[in-house]
Design a binder for this molecule. Sequence first.
Ligand code: OAD
Length: 241
Amino acid sequence: MASLTHPNLVILSGAGLSAESGVATFRGTDGLWEGHRIEDVATPEAFVRTPELVQHFYNLRRVALKTVEPNAAHHALVRLENAWPGGFLHVTQNVDDLNERVGAKRLLHMHGQLKKVRCVWCRTVLDWESPVTVDTPCPECGRTGKLRPDIVWFGEMPYYIDEIMRALETVDIFLCIGTSGVVYPAAGFVRLAAEHGCQRLIEVNLKPTGITSHFTEERHGPASIEVPRLVDELLAESMRI
Ligand code: OAD
């Protein structure tokens, strides 16, 4: 049942949100992700087969995070979070920390976070900045070779699914930013929102995607331009309710 007063807003973001900050998107034209096939670095099987390569890949990405800054779209989304009078939830597929750096609070990282590692032995999740090798001991249980990036890899279950599903049951405005819509379950959220009665489904992307037909509004252009513009519009509308 949709809210009768202030609309509930759910945002789904993807790599396009952080692209203008300099974080690489996933699906390059060559089908490679920073020079690697996805199955060589982003699957549990790859971690068993070549843990050194997988750790090295994520170590480099963790270091690269230090060289990027939030862009105007991240700033606009936190402005929206702080001023929005109805329910608000931002679900991101991104593993960077650019939303947190500008103060995002109601944010769920459904594909995990680069700056966290998880011990596959004792299951402890730890904040982590430095490189991890196959010899790094888990600070909690002391075992080596058991720390892995706290990233949801292909074939693994995304985080926070129950919470996200609950939010989609009562969403009034669903906003999707910078995602190609090819990775499920996230790519199916727009249809779930529509099935639950959400009538305003907005997609922001450089170009149409495979899921564009499910949206009621499209904004084509860079997130750093389109998102601040849309946030201004949404906040102006919310003042009139
Ligand atoms: P993709 O790389 O698949 O798609 C990025 C999308 O952003 C594309 O549709 C681009 O057109 C769009 N885009 C690029 N630059 C943009 C900009 N400046 N402004 C607006 N849009 C822009 O990334 P995701 O859809 O996020 O999963 O990928 C989804 C998941 O696939 C990732 O979370 C990751 C990956 O495999 C896991 O790691 C589990």
